[in-house]
Design a protein around this ligand. Structure first.
Ligand code: AKG
Length: 265
């Protein structure tokens, strides 16, 4: 898919799939490496049967060369301006039999997060979510559920918009693709964890790309924003540990600018 077509889909549908971002010859090793990072680091569980590891880059760098894939950065720069930064790097494993998740839009549009743009939010692209298919995604394996076009709404089911977050939505579909593909969507798009009905874990990775002008410091442990809006209020918010300096130094040159803002002191 070329840039114009991808931008067209993102504008109208809110999502599209880029195929072959990780070559078939590499994706098996990366899947095993990410799975091992989740399982050896005691990753958190958000939905029953789903394993996750936030701040994944501190634990595993096997996938790092692909984060600066030109097709992804061209889309991100066209929609967000330059420079673009990575805000989240989280591994997600749907184990066979996992529960369905709840409809939500991602940070900063999730109204349950301490840091959010209050609904009704303005109609602009402010954050991009990518879900990396380290296993093949399908209706059977638990390919992410999306509601096409929902990014054009100024609210989402976390914001009491009349849609039950726990129930199927009539126009929902599964994002599907071969291992090595990347689902990219406007973070306002309504989406949900899907049940994995296959016999194998579905391994994925959520990487989010933010514009330079969006304040993401609430995600950083110890920041003023996090202290004020999460620690002092007891609110709920995602956390992304900073990248250790030796890990940052080891990153490929094109990837370093994406994490320069998030290196541990
Ligand atoms: O792993 C998936 O398919 C969906 C994950 C998700 O909903 C999220 O990271 O916000």
């Amino acid at each position: 898919m070329n840039l114009d077509k991808a931008l067209h889909h993102l504008k109208l549908d809110g999502w599209c799939v880029l195929e072959g971002v990780i070559p078939p010859s590499q994706v098996g090793d990366i899947r095993r490496s990410v799975r091992s990072a989740v399982e050896s680091s005691g990753g958190s569980v958000s939905v029953q049967g789903v394993g996750a590891r936030t701040g994944l880059l501190a634990f595993d760098q096997s996938f790092s060369p692909y984060l600066a894939d030109r097709r992804i950065l061209d889309i991100a720069e066209a929609l967000l301006g330059q420079p673009v930064r990575i805000s989240f790097t989280t591994a997600i494993i749907n184990y066979p039999g996992n529960e369905r998740g709840r409809w939500h839009a991602d940070w900063p549009f999730n109204q349950n997060s301490a840091g959010h743009i209050p609904a009704p939010y303005p109609d602009m692209v402010a954050h991009l979510t990518t879900i990396w298919m380290l296993s093949s995604f399908s209706a059977e394996t638990g390919g992410t559920l999306v509601v096409p076009g929902s990014h054009r709404s100024s609210n989402n089911p976390t914001g009491d918009n009349g849609v039950d977050p726990s129930r199927p939505y009539p126009t929902e579909i599964h994002a599907a693709g071969r291992a090595g593909s990347v689902l990219i969507f406007d973070s306002r798009l309504w989406h949900s964890t899907a049940p994995n009905r296959s016999g194998r874990p579905r391994v994925g990775m959520a990487v989010r790309y933010a514009p330079w002008w969006l304040n993401i410091d609430i995600l950083r442990p110890g920041s003023i924003e996090r202290t004020q809006m999460v620690d002092e209020t007891g609110g709920h918010e995602n956390e992304q540990v900073p990248v250790p300096a030796p890990v940052y130094e080891s990153l490929p040159a094109p990837v370093k600018p994406l994490y320069r803002h998030w290196v541990a002191d």
